[in-house]
Write a protein that binds this ligand. Structure first.
Ligand code: FFO
Ligand code: GTP
Ligand code: MG
Length: 458
């Protein structure tokens, strides 16, 4: 248990209706009581909220009018005593309250220190703590659902079950080493070890398969809108986000900067990127234009390549098609309300396997079809029930990959008939690596580093 009492502003910096200064630690109630006028907070029931005024005990000066919640350990977020001071949500007011608390025995909390205490005191494990952060950063409903399930401990339970399986086979090896005279024990041990490692290996592979989708759910499917100037890229952006985010004019070259927006299309979280049209100016086209879009294209998970129905296919278009050849691409044939000038046979040829969707953004036609094909690309036809456990955290993915290869070492050793104690080493290593995901076998420096990425006051 930590001995000091920490405090921080737990609401966003800025003007708001209410702001919260949170305290956690053994002195939390005592400190709050010392600056609170109204009643003795030491005497109130746990999980109750109280109206009163804050005064500076040294000067007797009135500081703020507040509501104070008192929550006693262990049934709290940190498992320590927690006091939350709800003050008027102004920058000056909330900072004054924080200063008052810090001047009366609390220490300024480090970023993520409340959640770190919840972890240290065993209320949540490391992957759950990380999910708290993911939840805050979630940009879409789906990303939030993934985080919520992880907070709920689903991934943790799966990992702990796998570790339990490994531990069981390790234990049986110990029995075998203790009683080497029983031949059948040795056989059973090897048998059990092999089935267990295979089972755990398969499960890790399955989890890793969810990782790609999980990462996209968390960060959004990076979707670049590209095409020549004036084809309707910004119009497409605005249509998909249902808002006029990007400026649309009939002047080619309207969009100068890359514009990013998060949007949910049929349950697929997209991070939409509107790019500047590739200009036809001779050297710019060759160098900066193509280079810049190449850069955006390289980082994108999905390309929306917009073409003009009322215009011929140009050299720039052909170049763009070459660049996107091996990427997930949807061709959007826009401005179908115009007189047809595009050679659709040629378009079909250069499009390769990419689906072509015809739209008239100005007439709001073809948008349903476009949304459908985005969904199809993401789910590749099969819609999941949303009941899966996703791995979405880069650190977890790395550890799962390490665990997988350690298990493969163990399986290879067994197949080659190596002594069981060699196998034991790899299986133990796997058990430890999996332990790092939930935080059972991690070092202090990693823990400090992880929590330091959290928000202040969390
Ligand atoms: N005002 C306020 N709102 C908040 C939080 C907070 O700290 N303060 N939270 C902070 O992030 C989130 C809620 N998360 C919480 C998670 C666990 C416990 C907690 O007390 N858990 C106890 C059991 C509680 C009970 O069953 O009565 C425990 O697990 O032991 C509290 C808040 C979101 N809203
Ligand atoms: N006729 C017609 N005009 C359209 C359609 N979609 C967009 N436009 C018009 O085409 C012009 C260019 O649209 P933008 O969305 O700004 O095109 P852009 O590709 O972002 O252009 P840059 O940013 O300059 O590269 C605007 O005047 C739009 O109103 C369409 O389906 N049919
Ligand atoms: Mg534009």
């Amino acid at each position: 248990m930590e001995t000091d009492t920490i405090s921080a502003i737990s609401t966003p910096m800025g003007e708001g209706a209410i702001a919260i200064v949170r305290l956690s630690g053994p002195e939390a109630v005592e400190i709050a009581s010392g600056i609170f006028k109204g009643k003795d907070l030491n005497e109130v029931d746990s999980h109750t909220i109280h109206y009163g005024k804050l005064v500076d005990p040294r000067t007797d000066e009135l500081v703020e009018e507040v509501m104070v919640s008192v929550m006693r350990a262990p049934k709290t977020f940190t498992r320590e005593d927690i006091v939350e001071i709800n003050c008027h949500g102004g920058m000056v007011s909330v900072n004054r309250v924080l200063e008052l608390v810090l001047g009366n025995g609390a220490r300024m909390a480090e970023p993520g220190e409340f959640t770190k205490r919840a972890f240290m005191n065993g209320r949540i494990d490391l992957s759950q703590a990380e999910a708290v952060m993911d939840l805050i950063r979630a940009k879409t409903d789906r990303a939030m659902n993934v985080a919520m399930k992880q907070i709920d401990g689903r991934l943790s339970k799966m990992i702990q079950d796998l570790r339990q399986d490994l531990l069981q086979s390790l234990a049986s090896v110990e029995v075998n080493i203790d009683y080497p005279e029983y031949d059948d024990v040795e056989e059973m041990t090897n048998e059990l070890m092999l089935t267990n490692t295979k089972k755990v290996h398969a499960e890790i592979e399955r989890l890793l398969q969810t990782a790609q989708q999980g990462k996209i759910l968390r960060e959004g499917l990076g979707t670049a809108i590209v095409g020549r100037p004036n084809v309707g890229k910004s119009s497409l952006m605005n249509t998909l986000v249902h808002e006029n985010k990007a400026i649309v004019t009939d002047v080619p070259g309207t969009t100068r900067d890359v514009i990013e927006e998060y949007v949910n299309v049929r349950g697929v979280p997209l991070r939409l990127i509107d790019t500047a049209g590739i200009r036809e100016t001779e050297d710019l086209v060759e160098k900066i234009g193509v280079e810049r879009s190449r850069q955006v294209l390289k980082e994108a998970d999905l390309i929306l390549l917009v073409m003009n129905y009322g215009d011929e296919i140009t050299e720039e278009d052909e170049k763009l098609f070459e660049i996107v050849r091996d990427l997930d691409t949807i061709i959007i044939l826009n401005k179908t309300d115009l007189q047809k000038k595009i050679n659709t046979e040629r378009l079909r040829e250069i499009a390769g396997d990419a689906p072509i969707v015809s739209t008239s953004l100005i007439k709001e036609e073809g948008i349903d079809e476009l949304e459908d094909s985005i969904k199809d690309i993401f789910f590749e036809g099969e819609l999941d029930t949303g009941d899966m456990t996703y791995v979405s955290n880069v650190r977890h993915i790395q550890l799962l990959n390490q665990a997988k290869s350690a298990l493969e070492d163990a399986m290879n050793s067994m197949e080659m008939g190596m002594p069981i104690d060699l196998v034991q080493i790899d299986v133990t290593r796997t058990w430890e690596i999996l332990g790092e995901i939930v935080g059972d076998t991690v070092g202090d420096s990693l823990i400090d580093q992880l929590f330091s990425q959290f928000c202040l006051g969390k």
